[in-house]
Design a protein around this ligand. Structure first.
Ligand SMILES: [Zn+2]
Length: 66
């Protein structure tokens, strides 16, 4: 089946027998990211963690209650 990446609009074709394809068919709202975008997001996240600017949601929430 053909699937469009939500970030770069690249059309990928994936094996319709894979778990990913089954999930995408079942949950129509589920978004797909291609390998390149996945990698980019992952690198960005790791960079943020490395610089110390990364905060998990729970920490953020606690700060807003001051
Ligand atoms: Zn992409």
């Amino acid at each position: 089946m053909k699937i469009k990446c939500i970030l770069c609009d690249r059309i990928d074709s994936i094996d319709s027998g894979t778990l990913l394809a089954k999930n995408l068919r079942k949950k129509r709202v589920m978004s797909y990211m291609c390998d390149d975008c996945n990698k980019r997001i992952k690198e960005k996240t790791e960079q943020r963690i490395a610089t110390g600017n990364f905060r998990v949601y729970r920490e953020k929430k606690k700060d807003t209650y001051i």
